[in-house]
Write a protein that binds this ligand. Structure first.
Ligand code: 3H9
Length: 677
């Protein structure tokens, strides 16, 4: 080891047991110096005749949480990981992994070359590489089926969800559960007791279980895995383990790992891993800023949004007061919340008593005055500036000093709302996405006068309720909806020129989106934001609305729907489009799928560039996070701004110019440099 090598691995001795300890905060990732330290200390322990057994454990919050993802794509440094693992597995003395926190990815692979595993009950073990577009590339796909069998190995690798230690014990992945506070001592005692048994190399064990489980997993998850490469590569490796000798299986795994590692999907998924964590950081704010307490939350409006927002807080045990104007609306809203919880309970997600205790946290009221003791009040009434200003004006007189006043507006000017109070520093936007209890995105909209601690508290609150929170600046539609607008406008123009709703939607679904612009419009309601004058018909959408084609809820929108909401192409919509085409004097022509991409997806990148230029998003990766978690942008394409880099910003700028768009200066700059965002 060189002098500047961090001392991230150390060794202690307890009689005949050597204890090798990893300490590489924050998550004990397998950085180059950890691999080097493991090699050095295992070699020393193996060479020491006084050592009869070895324990591997970690200091800090967790066992090894995986390879160091920040090293991926950089020139290799330090010893090869597989070589280190093979050395540990070949040890002539029993090696015991002592696991707390999370043993993930390369961390579990390290535990799998140890001959035995001891874990505290709160530990979790898993191979989440698939979520990074990868597979366990250090023998995980070959060793797991030898320890837990084909079905469990296939499930763990292809889904990537960790297994709690007690379940891992049942599966044979953990040999013994240790005391929650006595892992170090228990592992040493366990190792001492294994001296007589000797080593148990995993590679020498037989693969067991039924390979049919792999096909069953594929069938069950076909929808979830649409477009993804990694789940299938994981399964191919587990399948290979059933028929290839260990070393050949390892070579196959290596080859598949490298394919994924070099591909764009994993690059995109790794980008999102870091982007999601980066989004939580607020530029220019001290990390240790004092947050305000949020112990009680007020919600104004018991509609779909208000009820959905409240559910997030109830699930975290935070009491909520919910206010509506009419008893009937309040009852209806609470009824929906209960129905949702009962449905979740029926699926086993909650116990019936949990539902009761969550419902018990609600204080319903018809008076805004009931919000006087709330620390955070979220207004979720319909989109009307006058109504919102009136509510905030009243709240100003009711809310206690220091309470945070948030609007769930999806478009409106948060500064104007804040100006209707005498405390604009306490006001900001908290824009949830529908269904608010399910969608992970939260846009936290920072007004010109929003106080730093208010912003930081809203971001931390978002995290607490399981959301991925992103800071947005005040502008029409903030980040997500602002970028949606040019896409929807262009999609309508394409209809006039000759495309059909089904063609446009198919291009988006093939791209990996959960639905296309017209399917989305039908689901959300074609009438949202409509002027409601059936005689004023200025667009295809106006014509649809005037005929009551308001989307799925009316069984008619851009598509026709049957009783089960199955869509079919609508002859009436085709007629409406044709009428409009003639009126507008537009000649019908063949529209290529590529043109649909260029005119609906490229303008989103352009709008994203404007958002960045104007400082309405802190960074390009925040925009990606918004689209992944708010709109279902395929994670394997990394979000629109990351995708722009893959697609080529020069290609995008040129196509936008060709189609008559004004290209954002930042996009032009990136295009000239052939750079991504
Ligand atoms: C792998 O192992 C491939 C192998 O098969 C080998 C093939 C040859 N590397 O999430 P947090 C950072 S692939 C580098 O906020 P938590 C993270 O960015 C890997 N950095 O904490 C953050 O940094 P910052 C398989 C990492 O307590 C900080 O640590 N393993 C890594 O909520 C704290 O993270 C995985 O996929 C890493 N591996 O959750 C596990 N992990 O403070 C990925 C974290 O600067 N990690 N960081 O923002 C996790 O799932 C969670 O981090 C964990 C802790 C559950 C461990």
């Amino acid at each position: 080891m060189s002098d500047e090598t961090p001392n991230s691995v150390t060794m202690q001795k307890d009689g005949e047991v050597a204890v090798i300890i990893v300490n590489n905060p924050p998550v004990n990732a397998l950085s180059w110096h950890v691999r080097e330290g493991l090699k050095t200390h295992f070699e020393a322990a193996l060479a020491d005749d006084g050592v009869k057994a070895i324990v591997l454990r970690c200091d800090g919050a967790t066992f090894i949480a995986g390879a160091d993802i920040s090293e991926f794509g950089k020139p290799p440094r330090g010893p090869d990981f597989n070589a280190v693992l093979n050395m540990i597995e070949a040890a002539a003395k029993p090696v015991v992994a002592a696991i707390h926190g999370t043993a993930l990815g390369g961390g579990l692979e390290t535990a799998l070359v140890c001959h035995y595993r001891v874990a505290v009950p709160s530990a979790k073990l898993g191979v989440p590489e698939v979520k990074l577009g990868l597979l366990p590339g250090a023998g995980g796909t070959q060793r797991l089926p030898r320890v837990v069998g084909v079905e469990a190995a296939a499930t763990m690798t292809s889904l990537g969800d960790p297994v709690p230690a007690p379940k891992a014990k049942e599966m044979g992945l953990v040999d013994e559960l240790a005391g929650e506070d006595s892992l170090a001592a228990d592992a040493i005692a366990f190792a001492r007791a294994r001296i007589a048994d000797g080593p148990r190399p995993t590679r020498e064990r037989e693969v067991f279980g039924d390979v049919a489980a792999i096909e069953q997993l594929k069938a069950k998850n076909a929808k979830r895995w649409r477009g993804f490469e990694a789940p299938y590569a994981n399964l191919a490796c587990v399948e290979a383990a059933t028929r290839l000798p260990f070393d050949e299986g390892l070579a196959f795994e290596r080859q598949e790992f490298m394919k994924l590692m070099m591909g764009s999907q994993s690059a995109a998924q790794r980008h999102i891993f870091f982007a999601e964590r980066q989004a939580a950081k607020i530029d220019g704010l001290p990390k240790d800023i004092k947050l305000r307490d949020v112990k009680k939350v007020g919600i104004i409006g018991a509609g779909t949004m208000g009820g959905g927002i409240m559910m997030n807080f109830l699930q975290k045990g935070i009491p909520c007061t919910i206010v509506e104007m009419q008893q009937e609306a309040l009852d209806r809203g609470l009824g929906v919340v209960r129905k949702n919880y009962d449905a979740s309970a029926a699926k086993g997600r909650f116990k019936p008593e949990q539902v009761e205790s969550m419902m018990g946290l609600i204080t319903p009221s018809l008076e805004l005055e009931a919000l006087a003791d709330c620390d955070l009040i979220i207004e979720a009434v319909y989109e009307n500036m006058d109504v919102k200003k009136e509510i905030f004006g009243k709240l100003d007189k009711i809310a206690k000093p220091g309470a945070i006043l948030a609007s769930n507006t999806s478009y409106l000017d948060v500064n104007e709302i804040a100006a209707s109070t005498s405390r604009p520093g306490d006001v900001l936007g908290m824009h949830f996405f529908s269904p608010a209890n399910v969608m992970k995105l939260l846009e936290v909209v920072r007004g010109d006068k929003t106080a730093d601690d208010v912003l930081a508290t809203a971001m931390a609150t978002g995290k607490k309720i399981g959301k991925v929170a992103v800071v947005a600046g005040v502008c029409h539609g903030f980040i997500g909806n602002r970028m949606l607008a040019p896409r929807q406008i262009e999609a309508q123009k394409l209809l006039l020129e000759g495309a059909t709703p089904a063609q446009v939607d198919k291009v988006h679904v093939d791209f990996g989106m959960p639905m296309g612009p017209f399917q989305m419009s039908d689901l959300a309601g074609v009438d949202i934001g409509w002027h409601r004058d059936p005689n004023r018909i200025e667009s295809i959408r106006d014509a649809l609305c005037a005929e009551g084609r308001w989307g799925q809820k009316k069984q008619a929108g851009f598509y026709d729907y049957d009783d089960k909401r199955n869509p079919s192409e609508s002859p009436r919509v085709a007629e409406i489009i044709e009428e409009f085409r003639q009126k507008a004097g537009v000649e019908k022509r063949e529209i290529s799928d590529q043109e649909i991409v260029e005119r609906t997806l490229y303008p989103m990148v352009n709008e994203g560039a404007l958002i960045l230029e104007e400082g309405k998003a802190q960074r390009a990766s925040d925009i990606d996070v918004v689209w992944i978690y708010g709109y279902g942008w395929p994670v394997y394409r990394g979000g629109p701004m990351f995708w722009a880099g893959l697609e080529g910003t020069d290609k995008i700028a040129a196509a936008l110019e060709k189609h008559g768009f004004e290209v954002a200066p930042l996009l032009k700059e990136k295009a000239a440099a052939k750079a991504g965002f």
